[in-house]
Design a protein around this ligand. Structure first.
Ligand code: CTP
Length: 422
């Protein structure tokens, strides 16, 4: 009998169906706004660009029109709207107004509720309950550090605006510090995150990811092909859903998802040592790491040299601790809800079911190792006490972030039965 199925979103585009107003106030970071617009459109959003007069000094509306495929609005006196009320019409359909860059002067206008040009007018006139205002500050570090700016930014936040950044680093003026606008990709990720349902708000999730590396000597070791992508996608999805996330990562070259606390380890023993004290402080534990099953019994202090005999050295191996099974055996009061991943090369469902029993965990997610390691997409079997379900349905595949978001929704559905819950 074919397994039941679990839904994943129809569209892999995370902003499909969303309409955004992208506002540009004056600042050199306007050059990044063109890239941000491109990414938002690529993520499925429709975008109406609105620019202040100062922004037009930094980038041409024609560029933004071409990228958004819509005429850009720059003035509250624009006669194109039949009722001449661009400030009302343009916000009524919007799911959010994103102002990037938001200059010090623009943030001051927002803080004071001023409405001297179309963009600030729109921010004031938007239906605030259903159209959030996201501000991406961009300015010189002294301007950002000035008490007046801090006061204005705090007031804007108190009035409901959300700050995206600013970032730290080199500034166009040649100085270095806080105040630069976040990079377009980072901003786009944060805008996507803003729209995710907060199904894990107030929850805590501990995740292991990547391979482990078991040293033979200072230059060699045993590892595997795990890229860590699924675990990192889960960390991102859990953080987007409002959870406090701790990610214990083996050696991978992946960026830490926004808002996630990361602990880097090498070996299985180090991973266990990092996980065990943290586990009781988290409500969910997801073990996605491809932990090496064995390690060399001893790791040589110096590089092992060929001895000229033509014989390879024999390396005695010992079994590594099972991190997931160890956490699953913690006393009930300290034990998070445990989810394992089973990487198999064949007979996925049978092996994954057996693994669930053997490790004593309520939920196992099965995937075929060779068809997932290093790839951006995957196909999963979700196995729990109710049976086996395919994700996505009908033998399909989906990108790992889409799957991770669907898995987070599955985990959240189980929360009422979690420790500490009724
Ligand atoms: N796991 C773990 N510690 C280990 C081995 C595995 O925490 N020493 C976890 C993995 O993170 C995963 C699950 O156990 O969530 C299953 O891992 P997998 O490698 O598929 O299974 P193994 O337990 O290693 O069993 P086998 O090698 O026999 O397939």
């Amino acid at each position: 009998m074919a397994p039941e199925t679990l839904p994943v979103p129809d569209s892999p585009l995370p902003l499909a169906g969303r309409h955004l107003v992208l506002g540009l106030s004056g600042g050199i970071a306007c050059y990044k706004s063109a890239e941000l617009l491109r990414l938002l459109v690529k993520a499925g959003a429709t975008v109406q660009v609105v620019m202040t007069e100062a922004a037009e000094r930094f980038i041409g509306p024609v560029t933004m029109q071409a990228l958004s495929n819509r005429p850009v609005f720059t003035s509250q006196w624009d006669a194109r709207q039949p009722n001449n009320m661009a400030h009302i019409d343009l916000t009524r359909e919007a799911d959010a107004i994103v102002v990037a860059p938001a200059s010090a002067d623009f943030i001051a206008q927002i803080a004071q509720g001023r409405a001297g040009d179309l963009l600030s007018l729109m921010c004031l006139a938007r239906p605030a309950q259903r159209c959030p205002l996201l501000l991406a500050p961009a300015m010189n570090r002294e301007m950002w550090a000035h008490p007046a700016t801090r006061r204005n930014a705090a007031q804007a936040v108190a009035d409901g605006a959300v700050l995206l950044g600013p970032g730290v680093g080199d500034q166009a003026c040649g100085e270095t510090g806080d105040g630069r606008m976040l990079e377009a990709e980072d901003l786009c990720n944060r805008i996507v995150a803003h729209f995710q349902p907060q199904v894990l708000a107030g929850r805590s999730v501990l995740i292991t990811a990547g391979p482990t590396f078991e040293a033979i000597d200072p230059v060699r070791g045993i590892t595997n092909h795990s890229s860590g992508k699924m675990g990192f996608a889960l960390a991102r999805a859990a953080a987007e859903a409002g959870a406090r996330v701790t990610l214990v990562a083996g050696p991978v070259s992946l960026a830490t998802p926004d808002g996630v606390t990361r602990i880097d380890v090498q070996s299985a023993e180090q991973m266990l040592a990092a996980v065990l004290p943290l586990a009781p402080g988290h409500q969910v534990f997801v073990a996605t790491a491809a932990v090496a099953d064995w390690r060399p019994a001893t790791s040589a202090g110096q590089k092992i040299k060929k001895d000229g005999s033509g014989n390879a050295p024999s390396i005695a191996m010992v079994e590594n601790p099972d991190i997931l099974a160890t956490v699953a055996r913690l006393p009930a009061a300290q034990r998070p809800y445990c989810i394992g991943f089973a990487a198999e090369s064949h007979e996925l469902e049978r092996h994954a079911r057996e693994k669930r029993e053997r490790k004593g965990v309520p939920m196992i997610v099965g995937n075929l190792g060779p068809a997932t390691f290093g790839r951006d997409d995957n196909a999963l079997l979700v196995i729990d006490e109710h049976g086996t379900r395919e994700m996505p349905p009908h033998g399909g595949r989906a990108d790992k972030l889409t799957l991770a978001r669907a898995l987070v929704a599955e985990i959240a559905r189980r929360l009422p039965t979690l420790r500490g819950q009724a």
